[in-house]
Design a binder for this molecule. Structure first.
Ligand code: NAD
Length: 496
């Protein structure tokens, strides 16, 4: 077995990257290299984990401009937004993990019952081994590195496959990572379906996938062959309920921000608005006003408005708008496929059967669907796959309670959108069709660890003596007796 170096490689821009190594040696070699690094024990010490997290911070801060430029090239977003979402947010998470690393990874003592004898019980958070992280394109650096730093903090070796749909960001990750992180334990493999399929053939200890649900089931099927556990960070249609007791102006500002940032290419963006007829027209006016406040009268000229990642996706969005039953266009509607531009678009009174309501939009189109009342709104949501996020704008406690008790979703936010994912204390993930598992902060440590149950027997009394064969008359009498029943039903915790 190779005993690998714990030292990160010093920066050397001309150096061959690990992606080149992976391309020539193939997925099995990359897997083996990560697995060997893990089995060598190099990734377990807290000192190594800390060093890797600190190196991620250094990598991001020293190369913030390059990273920002790559994201701007891929998604045409404003550089400040790119910095905030791709660099600052990951630095913040790495620092948060560093701050709490010792506490989150230490053994947790538990009280054990006298029925198993005197001794000590504890839960040991163990790294899983070699972890595959498959990233998505919409926040190409963030969605790749956030799981990677969680996996490293938990003491794993990691292979990252960034999304080929954001090629400049993917290249940037493949170039920078081996210059800063331990090259034996952290690899970046670039590529698309073929490369991902080859990687998925390997017996990983965990696969963490971000992307759409169709590929999610391919990932799960491949992982099932090796009984590899998966985390699936998927998407879907996240609704925003707005009723007449909410401030329509504030609701509109929040929804416009969450929906049109990154031109709607955000997994937790409100996908559609659900409201009642008495509120719908006024809400549409407020949404239009909020849109103009953010992007001016011609969003195409706004430096703050992103482009669609590819002409393929721009064409897909044009198809949704052309489908006919998509309600009245309140604002927007223009598409320039070659320029990857789709105008921020608000559609009022959209038919639930419209194409735009059959799939996750993942673009800057906001349908407003009208329902009769709260019950109809709840039924509408519950008749569809469980959303990744659910947003509820209301001033009514009864409505809040109804959404809490009668719906299920990965997360729920009252009177705002999207901000929950910035709180590392809250688990980020889906349920049902929107995914399985979660991460961020301590939730990442849980996801990338196995919680091993450990019991160390003390020297004193061993009650299993009483239940060992042969069962003679005395033992049988004792086991049927009151004291034995009480002991089995719930005895006092043992002391060592
Ligand atoms: P994508 O096209 O980048 O695909 C994601 C990854 O899957 C890529 O690395 C890609 O190489 C790989 N892949 C694609 N086809 C594959 C195949 N046939 N076999 C194996 N691997 C394959 O991203 P996408 O799926 O277009 O991303 C958008 C979706 O992701 C949306 O549904 C969005 O809501 C969801 N999303 C979820 C989150 C979250 O955190 N829950 C975040 C971002 C995006």
């Amino acid at each position: 077995m190779t005993i690998t170096s714990m030292q990160p490689t010093p920066p050397s821009p001309g150096r061959e990257t690990d992606s080149t190594l992976a391309a020539s040696d193939g997925a099995p070699a990359t897997f083996r290299s990560a697995k060997e690094a893990f089995l060598s024990g190099a990734t377990a010490p807290l000192a190594w984990r800390r060093q890797q997290l600190e190196q991620v911070v250094t990598m991001l801060t020293e190369n913030a401009d390059l990273i920002r430029d790559a994201v701007v090239e891929d998604l045409g977003k404003h550089p400040s937004e790119a910095h905030l979402t791709e660099v600052a947010s990951v630095v913040r998470e790495a620092q948060h993990l560093l701050k709490h690393l010792k506490r989150w990874t230490r053994d947790r003592r538990v009280r054990t019952p006298l029925t198993i004898g005197t001794g000590r019980g504890w839960i040991q958070r163990q790294p899983l081994g070699a972890v595959l992280v498959i990233g998505a394109w919409n926040y190409p650096i963030h969605l790749s590195l956030m799981p990677v730093i969680g996996a490293l903090a938990a003491g794993n070796a990691v292979v990252l496959k960034p999304s080929e749909v954001a090629p400049a960001s993917s290249r940037m990750l493949a170039e920078l990572t081996p210059r800063y992180l331990d090259t034996s334990a952290v690899h970046v493999v670039e590529g698309g379906v073929d490369e991902t399929t080859a990687l998925l053939d390997q017996p990983w200890d965990h696969v963490f996938y971000t992307g759409n649900g169709k590929v999610g089931s391919i990932v799960m099927e491949a992982a099932a062959k090796h009984l590899t556990p998966v985390t699936l960070e998927l998407g879907g249609k996240s609704p925003a309920w707005v009723d007449g007791t909410a401030s329509l102006e504030k609701a509109a500002r929040a929804i416009v921000w969450g929906k049109f940032t990154n031109a709607g290419q955000t997994c937790v963006a409100p996908d559609y608005v659900l409201t009642t007829r008495d509120v719908a027209a006024e809400l549409a006016q407020n949404l239009t006003a909020a849109l103009e406040d953010s992007y001016g009268p011609d969003p195409r000229q706004s430096p703050d408005y992103s482009r669609i990642v590819s002409s393929h996706h721009a064409e897909r969005l044009a198809g949704l708008l052309d489908s006919g039953t998509a309600g009245r266009t309140v604002t927007g509607g223009a598409v320039d496929v070659d320029a990857r531009y789709v105008a921020p678009t608000i559609l009022l009174d959209v038919d639930p059967e419209a194409a735009v309501m059959q799939e996750e939009i993942f673009g800057p189109i906001l349908p407003i669907v009208i329902v009769d009342d709260l019950d109809a709104g709840l039924a509408f949501i519950n008749a569809r796959p469980k959303p990744l996020s659910l947003y509820v704008f209301t001033g009514s406690r009864v409505v809040r309670d109804a959404f809490s008790k009668r719906t299920s979703s990965g997360s729920m936010v009252f009177n705002h959108v999207v901000v929950h994912l910035l709180a590392s204390e809250l688990p980020f993930g889906g349920v049902g069709g929107s995914g399985m598992g979660s991460y961020h902060g301590e939730h990442s440590i849980r996801t990338f660890s196995h919680e091993r149950a450990v019991f160390r027997k003390g020297r004193a009394f061993d009650p299993t003596r009483l239940v060992r064969p042969p069962f003679n008359a005395a033992k049988s009498r004792f086991l049927a007796s009151g004291p034995a029943m009480r002991l089995l039903a719930g005895s006092k915790p043992a002391a060592d």
